[in-house]
Design a protein. Structure first.
Length: 929
């Protein structure tokens, strides 16, 4: 038996039969894998950082909400009219899509009294559940929308007349079209007047269904079987029209995306698998077999993983289908996280439509294992497949065989597809890896816009919404992903529930529990200088040297385009060189920079904020690099702090932004601020304050930053030319912000440009801090170490895990490894084989617990998405549920490479050097060495 890790299991292309994960050591091993991964992935894994962050208050976003109305989670953009339809709790709105603050229409739809009564009788909450949450808004024709709501756990649908914006008041049964539970996952799409839904068919939410409702036909649905749908969380559905250039006479197809509990892999607890399923539009069900059921339902696994780190993103949260002119240009984008959500990583994977089609039209089927193969649950089906191909849409070849619709399909084909809805071949992402990996976010939504930049190339710009109300905008340039910006779209930190994009209004619309927000797709105007504009690498933005502004190329006449400067690889050298600033009208600031006068022994704080999250700040003192180690300096993110200023600290401090552009292998430097630090020789002369005030007059700062050239004071031969020549005029006026950081008594901050205090507060001398001898100030620059806290967190996490493990071992909940651990701790070094018997017994008793608790699990309402479990919970799940089915105890097979109990392991989950750093636990079990 080949050794497998979970990642292999989930990414393998099927050279083997399905790996099993139920080996009794496995739970332990897998936990180890994931802990190892947590450390590994979060410290070394690739992940992108947004270049710019916009706070909500920095932007002027349009927002709509009405008092007392919540859950603005269903959005529908009108193609022709200027309308954005919003389905909220007990109301439907028509907003202007050019300005969502304008409400054109509203209709209220509350659940009827007797339904609410029934709902509360069944134990649901009146305030939370027994309301009418609008979840379906679909266009029927130019005059009507189809609207469905949960209607106090009795879903109902109605037609909304757009001419007078009223409901007919003759609701239809909404079962199979809309969910009962407003918090349950749900997706729907209207295709040619027929409503396709992925939802749940019953009150408990335990009967998943993919259905088609048509006013003219009987409901078509999925078979109620775990091999068809196993606790799915539906995220998205859409149609792919085959178009005219399809010769085979193929049908249009409707694709559903969801995460479900794996049937094919054995695992402790529930292993989630992202899926794509599809049905054919022309499906009518079978004649005898699969009556009123899909004859074309097939599903396959979506792979989104980092193969080199063995890390799998196995929960899909949203999908966007970017449709090309030709269906072959269509790309499916999905946002994923890991079931083990505490890793804090999100990913975007993209799939070629051709690859999806290939899997469905040529992939191998999977089959439930027979008794002899009992160590796996599902295996590849290697026998003969009936003809026509089970699950295929009706095409010309079938029509030639007199099969013109699914009712004519032979029973053999139908019986086969009924038993084999799962395909073995997975859908691999383009490039076999995620497009984007981001740390510390949970993406919930995605939309993608395809734009042509000034270089004539096509870029897919990804907009991803998070569970904290933030939007990320990212682009891939030559295989390297760049997050242009992050935008705090929502006022509060809540989840983005829905995200739509309109190329026509160049806007994004985000729905959340509290409001609908409209945001432009680009914020070019917020980049003040050419360097900022170009380094942003935003395909929407370019620098206009004539107006000296960063402009949106889609709002600029085409004939001006060749004048614009855009470099998507971030080559800021394309920016015009900046003329030397004439040293006019700067007599009051020193030549080197803004004067800062402090008392000896007090501390000084020189503010300087990086213009982007990628830029690093560097400070120079008298034109040589300043290091934190060299003196009593503290280089913060927004200021340089100099403790206990001594005479030798006097001089010129300059703050530089150094921004790397990986694509070019270049660093772009530019000065941001300069200060001339002077000691205030006591007693301070009375005229100083007035002069200070003059120096820092607001007009002075706006027109002429303090560090621009002026009359020499002190050694005037410093490189003012160097400093100023690198500066664009606009950089001077707007990037240099002398914002005072949070004021502390012991610090002195140069006043901000707008309201300069007459005299900066002078700090009392910092007492009794011995000054070290000056080191070498030209030593290396300091770098920010943000990951330290994270690392600490994971170490803590790991210690917790060890504690939990130890406890469980002590209690004999975990069979094999801990018996050895116990033995080791108790001093009796028995070899592994001697434990076969007790191990087996422990496993057996675990089994009995398992079957008892499994019953409980059956009646449980499936949880939404399964989301994240802490490792301790995983551990508990391991103890509680045992191994879901067919557990195998002590048959000595090793299912995960590297985590067996013997020497065959090849990889270490932790970077533990076992010789130099003996860990008792590791010694005892030797799983890592
Ligand atoms: C509806 O909105 C309220 C208020 O924000 C929130 O607490 C609740 O969870 C939401 N319900 C659903 C089903 O989204
Ligand atoms: C998808 O794959 C097909 C065939 O391999 C290729 O021709 C097409 O360009 C790909 N499309 C995209 C968007 O990568
Ligand atoms: C299809 O039907 C036609 C007429 O009903 C018949 O002549 C023909 O032989 C049939 N073809 C096949 C392949 O069954
Ligand atoms: C992501 O979601 C999980 C589960 O909801 C939560 O535990 C985790 O803290 C979230 N992470 C971030 C960075 O928001
Ligand atoms: C830094 O330059 C200033 C003049 O600009 C000079 O007075 C001071 O002594 C210099 N400090 C050091 C440590 O070289
Ligand atoms: C850019 O700066 C970083 C440190 O800030 C340095 O490690 C890197 O070598 C520099 N790259 C180039 C091309 O100068």
């Amino acid at each position: 038996m080949n050794q497998y890790s979970l990642a292999d299991a989930m990414t393998d292309k099927g050279n083997f039969t399905v790996p099993k994960l139920s080996e009794s050591n496995m739970g332990f091993g897998v936990l180890g894998v994931f802990l190892g991964l947590l450390l590994e992935v979060s410290t070394h894994g690739p992940h992108a950082v947004p270049r710019t962050s916009w706070r909500h208050q920095d932007l002027d976003l349009m927002e709509f909400s009405e008092p007392g109305i919540f859950n603005y989670s269903t959005l529908l953009l009108s193609e022709q009219g200027d309308a954005l339809y919003v389905g909220a709790r007990e109301a439907v709105f028509e907003l202007s899509k050019t300005n969502v603050t304008v409400r054109n229409n509203k209709v209220q739809w509350t659940a009827a009294e007797d339904y609410v009564h029934m709902c509360t009788q069944k134990g649901k909450s009146k305030e939370r559940d027994c309301l009418n949450y609008i979840r379906v808004l679909q266009v029927v024709d130019s005059k009507r929308l189809y609207v469905c709501g949960t209607h106090a756990f009795q879903p109902q649908c109605d037609y909304l007349n757009l001419t007078d914006f009223s409901l007919t008041g003759r609701p239809e049964d909404g079962r199979a079209k809309c969910s009962f539970d407003p918090s349950q996952s749900f997706t729907t799409v209207m295709v040619d007047g027929e409503l396709y839904s992925g939802t749940s068919f019953n009150f408990l939410g335990s009967e998943p269904i993919i259905s088609r409702y048509s006013p003219f036909q009987l409901l078509l649905r999925t078979e109620y079987s775990t091999s068809w749908l196993n606790e799915p969380s539906f995220v998205f559905a859409d149609v792919i029209h085959e178009g005219q250039n399809r010769v085979e006479g193929e049908d249009d197809k409707i694709y559903f995306f969801f995460t479900e509990v794996s049937v094919e892999y054995e695992f402790f607890g529930k292993l989630l698998i992202p899926r794509v399923a599809r049905v054919c539009k022309g499906d009518l069900g079978g004649q005898r077999t699969l009556q009123k059921k899909w004859t074309s339902f097939l599903k396959a696994k979506l792979v989104c993983s980092m193969p080199e780190l063995n890390f799998v993103f196995n929960v899909v949260h949203d999908v966007f289908i970017l449709k090309g002119e030709d269906w072959r240009d269509t790309v499916i984008y999905g946002v994923f996280t890991s079931q083990w959500g505490n890793v804090g990583l999100s990913a975007v994977c993209a799939y070629n439509m051709t690859a999806v089609e290939d899997v469905f039209s040529r992939g191998k089927y999977m089959q439930k294992a027979t008794v002899e193969q009992s160590h796996t649950k599902w295996v590849r089906y290697n026998g003969m497949t009936p003809s026509p191909r089970p699950g295929a849409c009706i095409n010309n070849a079938m029509r030639r065989q007199n099969i013109s619709n699914s009712l004519h399909l032979p029973d053999k084909t139908l019986q086969f597809v009924k038993d084999h809805p799962l395909l073995e071949d997975p859908v691999q992402p383009i490039g076999n890896r995620p497009r984007l990996i981001t740390k510390d976010v949970n993406y919930t939504q995605i939309v993608v816009e395809r734009v042509r930049a000034l270089d004539g190339r096509i870029y897919d710009v990804m907009f991803t919404g998070t569970d904290k109300g933030v939007l990320h905008k990212s682009v891939v340039f030559e295989g390297e992903v760049h997050i242009v910006e992050e935008i705090q779209l929502l006022k509060s930190s809540e989840s983005i529930k829905n995200l739509l994009l309109s190329s026509q209004t160049r806007s994004l619309y985000a729905g959340s529990d509290s409001a609908v927000v409209q945001s432009p797709t680009a914020f070019c105007g917020k980049y003040p200088s050419c360097m900022d504009c170009v380094l942003a690498r935003d395909p929407y933005c370019a620098w206009d040297p004539q107006t000296t502004a960063c402009v949106n190329i889609f709002e600029t006449p085409i004939q001006q385009h060749r004048m614009l400067i855009q470099s998507l690889d971030g080559d800021a050298d394309k920016c015009p060189s900046v003329p030397l600033i004439p040293p006019k009208a700067a007599p009051r600031s020193t030549r080197e920079g803004q004067r800062v006068v402090v008392k000896p022994g007090s501390s000084a704080e020189l503010p300087c904020t990086a213009p982007s999250n990628l830029a690093q700040l560097r400070w120079t003192f008298n034109d040589s690099a300043l290091t934190e180690a060299s003196r009593f300096h503290l280089v913060g993110e927004s200021a340089l702090l100099i403790y206990s200023v001594a005479p030798e600290d006097q001089g010129v401090y300059k703050c530089w932004s150094v921004e790397p552009v990986a694509a070019l292998g270049k660093n772009f430097s530019r000065p941001l601020a300069a200060y001339a630090l002077e000691l205030d020789v006591p007693p301070p002369p009375p005229p100083l304050p007035r002069q200070w005030a003059e120096d820092l007059a607001p007009t002075d700062l706006e027109q002429e930053p303090a560090y621009s050239a002026g009359p020499a004071e002190g050694n005037g031969k410093t490189d003012v030319a160097l400093l100023t020549s690198a500066l664009a005029p606009s950089t001077l006026t707007s990037t240099v912000r002398f914002t005072p950081p949070p004021q502390t008594d012991t610090s002195l901050t140069p006043p901000s440009g707008s309201s300069a205090p007459l005299r900066p507060p002078l700090a009392p001398p910092v007492a009794a801090v011995p000054r070290p001898d000056g080191g070498d100030p030209s030593a290396e620059y300091l770098q920010r170490g943000n990951s330290a806290a994270l690392l600490a967190l994971f170490i803590l996490f790991f210690l917790l895990f060890l504690a939990a493990l130890a406890y469980n071992c002590y209690k004999q909940y975990l069979p094999a490894p801990c018996l050895r651990l116990r033995a080791a701790l108790l001093g009796s070094h028995k070899s592994a084989q001697h434990h076969q018997q007790p191990e087996y017994r422990a496993c057996e008793s675990g089994l009995m617990e398992a079957s008892a608790s499994e019953k409980v699990h059956m009646t449980e309402v499936p949880t939404q998405n399964g989301g994240s479990q802490t490792t301790v919970q995983n551990l508990r799940a391991l103890r509680d549920t045992g191994y879901e089915t067919e557990p195998e105890c002590g048959n000595g097979q090793v299912a995960s490479h590297g985590f067996g109990d013997d020497s065959s392991s090849q990889e270490k989950p932790f970077d533990v050097d076992c010789e130099s750093q003996p860990i008792q636990f590791a010694d005892a079990d030797e799983p890592y060495c």
